[in-house]
Design a protein around this ligand. Sequence first.
Ligand SMILES: [Zn+2]
Ligand SMILES: [Zn+2]
Length: 213
Amino acid sequence: MTLEIIRLTLGPLPNNVYLLGDPDTGDAVVIDPSYEAQAVLDRAEEKGWTLRGVWLTHGHFDHLAGAGVIANAFTPPLAVGLHPADLAWYENDGGAAKFGMAIPALPEIDLYFEDGMQLCLQEGQAPVAEVRHAPGHSAGHVMFYIESLGALVCGDVIFRQGIGRTDLEDGDLLTLLESIRTQVLTLPDETRLLPGHGPGSTVGYERVNNPFL
Ligand SMILES: [Zn+2]
Ligand SMILES: [Zn+2]
């Protein structure tokens, strides 16, 4: 099994949306579907992939604006996963109103992430990703480590030469730096970082060049 991960950059902020799929079985999940959800459905179809779930790194609106449209494009609706510490964000439409935005109705969360949890693309299959809890940008922020690809989908924890903002209500700078130290910098230097915004990077590059670390 060789997984493939595809990045789409969508929405007004703009957000990196990731499709993680197994070309052999056609099973796939979407990570952080933002606005322009139809583009995600179209790309999955082009690839011949069937979406099996929606994984959210955290509860901010720009990372989940498309969750309802995508989950409800399937019967039964796709399972949506989130860390319980970000439920307050989720239940408040990801804070969209605060930014003068609106999002389509969100489905119920059916999968609660916790640190160290192993995730599969489809129930009963071998796991493909490990959940890494990394609070600081939000209390329930998680990252997805896909060891077979040497890749970490890191949401708004760390960016190329940047880190996530910590001025929102449950943000905390020291907590974020500790998360980066224990959950990002402990990975091999060659690990690719696939952030929620902007270009990708590697653990080794950020270890040396990130001015916040
Ligand atoms: Zn965020
Ligand atoms: Zn964001």
